[in-house]
Design a protein around this ligand. Structure first.
Ligand code: AGP
Length: 623
């Protein structure tokens, strides 16, 4: 949670920083602040509320200086007030700090510092960092040493950026368990929690590892470890288009990202499905190649069990991935919530492959599950969107989803690309293990290639219907999503979407479970979305739809064009929305889109802040 940005260069830092904060606002949005440094010292402006409130304050009282740090907050310790907003300073206001993470031992540190005479102005855990650095700076007189010594006393997680009044044009940054990148521009440098704040200025980044510090001035960047040794590191190139991190004419990031899904899918598939080398004469068939992930065929053949670990939407992708892997391979597959993984007794050992799915690659629960799995000897494949993320670096093998920057808190294009990548993984592992027939691989690979165009088609056909349905159901108190098999996995994603942005209680049920209790809640007019894309299961799902309709439920069904019981479905449900025919395994990629569009229009119809839902943040870097 929280976003930090820093700048050193020749432009006015506050202008660069406010733009950077807007690009990181998805990380937290209950207060924001900037510290800018010029020859006359460090000046701070901070405000409770959205970044607009800070921008407004800066219009009235501009900050000048070519170095600065900034922060957008998601409150953990202390209410979202002006006083609790970052940057925080030491007693004399000579050291300014922005922090993302949690100082777990802040109470004991605060007590100790208060006894030594330090005066605190906020209720945050972060403020202790400024005072700890002040103490250490008093002893050493060296900024890098002071930050290093202060952080040495901290338990918990941090990404920090620090300015010292006595050292103009110098910025010290460090990280442990919270992300931080350094952007290498032309005579200027940025630090940021995430790449979208950096890519408008440079695509060259250094990704800090846990326990590393950066000393940045206008002549360059030097990296150090916590023992003070200098560290050499090669920059990475981020291939994100800066325009993808802007709304580009759309009203919200979420709807823009829904419309970007065909392009995102094309990128996720690019170079991973190729024509098979064939003998003369026959047309080239397609096959999947994922050797890029860094795993050998030998390693793939040695796995006995697969665990998909993830949170939220990424977990819902994992539920689909489980079924795909089970269908294509002989492996035992479990899809686990990363936040629960450590509390059971998973039989994870050297014969296990853990597939960790995460858009951000920074979700604390997912990282903790990966750590646990590695301790037990498992190999880890990261399926993530962010190059150089903590997850990518912790994993043995990496498959990037290439969705491009996802800014809206509600995940859409990341989910679709996760589904596509897990489909590729299933096909590749199935082929390497010899459990998937050539014909099936070709059929599914060809169908995967058609998905981007089909998603485009679905968006066009369904958006007006989704808008209309949102008007009809906008005052609903509860929504139910039902489906069997893969449809149930997609139903879980549909209900999460509508809860998180439209604030309507929603529940997903395996359609067969309705009659075991929840059917009691179905009465005249209760909205129910029924997914019936799985051909062999349509008959049974249809019976469940009939149970709902008989009690007055208002059913909208999703089915494939070649659905076996079209007529019966149309007679039973109030509306049936058809999706292009695809192999049932890939139907989730199409079925998710109407549910995303409906949730979006529902939130809009209810007048809510679609991109920044209350109480949530994009990356959840706390457990
Ligand atoms: C989905 O719309 C969410 N906002 C949320 O559930 C998200 O998918 C989850 O927090 C996991 O994030 P990650 O993919 O970055 O790990």
């Amino acid at each position: 949670m929280c976003g930090i940005v820093g700048y050193i260069g020749s432009r006015n830092a506050a202008d660069v920083l406010i733009d950077g904060l807007r690009r990181l606002e998805y990380r937290g949005y209950d207060s924001a602040g900037i510290a800018a440094q010029n020859g006359a010292g460090i000046h701070i402006e901070k405000r409770a509320g959205r970044i607009d409130a800070l921008a407004e304050a800066l219009r009235a009282r501009p900050l000048f200086g070519t170095a600065g740090i900034a922060h957008t907050r998601w409150a953990t310790h202390g209410a979202p007030t002006d006083a609790n907003a970052h940057p925080h300073t030491d007693c004399a206001g000579r050291i300014s700090v922005v922090h993302n993470g949690i100082v777990e031992n802040f109470q004991e540190l605060k007590r100790e510092l208060a006894q030594a005479g330090h005066r605190f102005r906020s209720e945050t855990d972060s403020e202790v960092l400024a005072h700890l650095i002040e103490e250490a700076w008093g002893r050493t007189g060296d900024p890098l040493e002071a930050v290093r010594a202060a952080l040495g006393r901290v338990r918990g997680s941090y990404a920090v950026a620090v300015l010292f009044e006595a050292h103009p044009g110098l910025l010290i940054a460090a990280r442990r368990e919270s992300p931080l990148v350094v952007g290498l521009g032309d005579g200027e440098y940025l630090v940021a929690s995430d790449a979208p704040a950096v890519v408008p200025h440079t695509r060259e980044i250094l990704v800090l590892d846990d326990g590393e510090l950066a000393r940045i001035d206008r002549t360059g960047v030097r990296l150090f470890d916590m023992r003070g040794n200098e560290v050499e590191k090669r920059p990475l190139r981020v291939d994100w288009d800066p325009e993808e991190a802007e709304k580009g004419g759309f009203e919200h990031f979420m709807i823009k990202e829904i419309h970007e899904q065909p392009a995102a899918l094309r990128r996720a598939l690019a170079g991973r499905i190729a024509p098979e080398e064939n003998g003369a004469g026959s047309p080239a068939a397609l096959r999947v190649d994922l050797a890029e992930a860094g795993w050998s065929a030998e390693a793939i053949r040695a796995f006995r069990k697969v665990y998909l670990v993830a949170c939220g939407t990424a977990h819902h992708a994992g539920l689909v991935g489980k079924r795909l892997l089970e269908a294509a391979t002989d492996l035992d597959v479990a899809a686990e919530l990363a936040s629960e993984f450590r509390y059971g007794e998973p039989r994870v050992g050297p014969a296990a492959l853990v597939i960790a799915v995460s858009q951000s690659g920074e979700t604390a629960d997912t990282l903790a599950a990966v750590k646990e799995a590695k301790l037990r000897g498992a190999r880890v494949l990261a399926v993530t969107n962010v190059v150089g993320s903590s997850l990518a670096r912790a994993a043995d093998y990496v498959l990037y989803t290439h969705a491009g920057p996802e800014i809206a808190v509600a995940s859409t294009k990341a989910y679709l690309t996760q589904l596509a990548c897990l489909g590729l993984v299933a096909l590749y592992v199935g082929r390497v293990r010899g459990t998937l027939s050539k014909e099936r691989e070709r059929e599914l690979a060809a169908a995967l290639e058609r998905l981007p165009a089909l998603v485009e088609q679905v968006i066009r056909a369904v958006e007006p219907k989704a808008r209309e349905l949102a008007r009809r159901w906008q005052d609903a108190r509860d929504l139910f999503y039902i489906g069997r098999g893969l449809d149930y996995a997609v139903a879980r994603e549909g209900q999460l979407k509508v809860k998180e942005i439209a604030y309507v209680h929603a529940e997903a049920l395996a359609a067969g479970e309705l009659k075991h209790g929840t059917l009691a809640l179905i009465e005249e007019g209760v909205p129910v979305v029924a997914l019936a894309t799985q051909r062999p299961l349509v008959d049974k799902t249809l019976s469940n739809i009939q149970e709902v309709a008989a009690r007055g439920g208002d059913v909208v069904a999703l089915a494939l064009e070649d659905c076996p019981r079209r007529e019966a479905l149309e007679e039973t449900a109030r509306e049936v929305w058809y999706l292009p025919a695809v192999p049932a395994e890939l139907a989730p990629v199409l079925a998710a889109v109407p549910l995303q569009l409906f949730a979006y229009h529902m939130a809009k119809a209810r007048g809510l802040d679609v991109d920044k839902p209350r109480n949530l943040a994009k990356s959840v870097t706390v457990e």
